[in-house]
Write a protein that binds this ligand. Sequence first.
Ligand code: MN
Length: 309
Amino acid sequence: MTEILEPREVPLGGLRAMSVRRSLPQRQRSLIGAWCFLDHYGPDRVDETGGMMVAPHPHIGLQTVSWLFGGMVEHRDSIGTHALVRPGELNLMTAGRGVSHSEVSTDQTTELHGVQLWVALPAAYRDVEPAFAHYAPPVVHGQGWDVQVFVGSMLGSESPLEMFSPLVAAEMILDGDASLQPDVEDGFEYGVLVDFGLVRVNGEEVKQHQLAYVAPGEGLLIEAADLSHVLVIGGRPLGEEIVMWWNFVGRDHDEIVGAREDWMAQITDNDGTVTDSSQIHDGRFGIVTDDHLPPVPAPALPNARLKPR
Ligand code: MN
């Protein structure tokens, strides 16, 4: 059975607060494979939303997968990376034991459109060294469809980037009346996000901005009744419980509390006020190279202990 998941609108913060459609995690579903977070945004006019202006913030226990459909974003991180995120090119940041980064849309960008995904690192790899990688996948052409596979392998196209569990991600454009039935990997579950178009997934209608969930062993048939633009993610179920809070993926409450304390210690003065960008102390999360935005303080922890799910 195909399960239809609705996104919820979430403001990204900042003065004019660009908002995103968050499809993962949600109450019914925390993960698809190891994919634990899926934000879908735009197309937004930057002169209306103010664009993307995400100041330095920390991550642990995950990889960030930035994939744009339109516009450009400048990425800076504490590994020393300064990279442009361009449409059709993957920027992959592995947080591992700790990294910090910022993401700001470029001045030339008039419209922003894309997805931001996180992958939970399996317990055995969650303390790996932070890393950054870039990959511009080829376009695979078929009968009435074009596909770019940017994570894992599908339709004969394979991404060389290192992931830590079996995963796949691809952007697809289908003409009206085109259909696509990629080979599915053993034991994979899949998600199909519709950016625009008229799409059926395994016979079930999926409307614009909805995410269809396909359970392991069900196959994957994508049919378009009109020009359609979709994102497909998939993977083997992680099989581990995680705690997700703010920008952290951990295994228990205390690990999250520790990460929060480490970040706040780096960005606060002795009197507890948040420093400006030039005064950040070095530590677990490093210092974002050449960033001039004030760092993002962590929100307060909830009163209850965070529970794995
Ligand atoms: Mn981030």
